[in-house]
Design a protein around this ligand. Structure first.
Ligand SMILES: [Zn+2]
Length: 105
């Protein structure tokens, strides 16, 4: 009887630890049910980051961390500076004068 209680407790510990570490609760619950000492593995595993912590690279479609400024797979840069430059007017064309006339610099 004590074995059964210990088995249930170890399985519950595995499921709770998996939930706390953002891991598959059903999978780890099944593993801990079949091998109760596997709950020790869940306890030492590092927590997984939630899916919201990742983004998809528009260049190579690989999943990378949201904070990444450069894709680790293809080297695509996520700098915001080029976007700001694209919004600036092009000064090389000259300035528009009142009355629709155009003056070259
Ligand atoms: Zn990429």
């Amino acid at each position: 009887m004590e074995y059964l209680v210990g088995w249930v407790i170890l399985t519950a510990v595995g499921v709770i630890a998996a939930a706390a570490k953002n891991r598959n609760q059903l999978g780890w619950g099944l593993i801990c049910f079949l091998f109760p000492l596997a709950c020790l593995i869940v306890l030492v595993l590092p927590p997984l980051k939630p899916a919201s912590a990742y983004k998809k690279c528009p260049q190579c479609a690989e999943t990378i961390l949201k904070e990444a400024k450069v894709c680790k797979h293809c080297g695509h840069s996520f700098d915001v500076a080029p976007k700001n430059l694209a919004e600036k007017p092009n000064d090389q064309q000259g300035t528009e004068l009142p009355g629709g006339r155009h003056r070259d610099l």
